[in-house]
Design a protein around this ligand. Sequence first.
Ligand code: HEM
Length: 418
Amino acid sequence: MTVHEAEGDVGALFHRAGTWADMTTWHERVAQIRRTDPILRVDTPGYAPFWVLTRHADVLAVSRDNVRWLNTPRSVLGPDEDWQRILDGGMPVPASLVHLDGAKHRAHRAVTNDWFKPAAVRHRQPRIDELADLFVERMRQLGGSCDFAQDIAQPYTLRVIMDIYGVPEEDEPLMMDLTQGIFGAADPEYLGDAGDPGERMTASVMQFIQYFNDLTDDRRACPADDLATVIANGEVDGGPMGDIERLWYYIIVATAGHDTTSFALAGGMEQLARTPDQLFALAGDDEAVVNAAEEILRWTSPVRHFMRHATEPMAIAGVDIPEGGRVLLSYPAANRDEAAFADPMTFDVRRSDADRQVGFGGGAHFCLGAQFARRELRTMLHRLSRELTHVELAGEPEWALSHFVSGVKHLPIAYRMR
Ligand code: HEM
């Protein structure tokens, strides 16, 4: 089936920011699409046609075939006109890990890979513990009610990543603002003074460039034990990393590392506040906490998509995709596929299939920071399950409007602590 704007534009579910404000409806509609058109061709004004993959097996298969499916600089969906305008506006062609392919991607990923391996991340656990303690204490000081997304999830996840990055605490608000300019520019709350999302995104990238150029100079002159130093001095194929690749490297680590995890934690907390017994049952049970974090990742899927481009004519479940055709990997859809998960629309921290979640993608581009994200979630869940004796929603959750990275951005809760 081809979906046109005139037919109700089902494709808007995947590209229009506003449709991400109500995830219950989104999932109901997408479940229907998965049943009738699991490989959905979208032909909508302003976009070259693309196909949406909504099934777990298809998302995983394409993610793992990094030879016939490439990321390319356009690995995030946007209106074709915006793309040209952004480049004309002077933004360097995207060249971060999610925009590179093949040997070039492998060589660049190798620059920081050691920092993200399980043993290296384990080594950081004491610091993650310290920061989690700090934010649990902040909850105590807030005296029984807070906006969990803004007061706890955002600053905690931001602090963990900026700490290993080597970005000083006073620059964290700037990092947050610029990240929102790239991931969530379509949300009026994040648009700022910019006229439109494209303008906001270009301005954010330019400001990041300025900031990271200064940081590079600093870390080349005075190397430190942090990720900024590794990127500043990174070598690829025996020579220094290219300027553009280095800048985009900084940007992806600075952006991908916190908004994602923050949306996962806030969205998980929303569900736990609705079913608090699930939270309290985690207290002191390490295995259950590990499983709960996977269920939160499945349920929230804060990265909404990435694109892949066919290097040759391909067929997925009988649907032909021409050479150069592009598919949208819908992680939230795949994570609610009834063929992969029992009773997928139920949030259940004890489910036995939670570890099949594909919220971190798969194949060569599998999320570099997955071990950090998992540890951040588990570390906070450990504490919340022990320290809270009561928690409930104290208002309606509000969702960030973005078709790329989004989730619960305001979560009013009321709680009591031990
Ligand atoms: C809940 C939290 C997170 C989620 C849901 C998430 C999700 C993802 C997804 C879906 C991808 C693309 C995978 C693919 O194309 O197959 C990705 C890539 C990436 N993520 Fe994460 N991520 C999270 C946290 C983090 C953290 C904490 C970092 C730390 C810096 C990070 C850094 C990256 C980087 C650098 C890439 C690009 C990897 C590559 O292309 O080789 N992410 N992430």
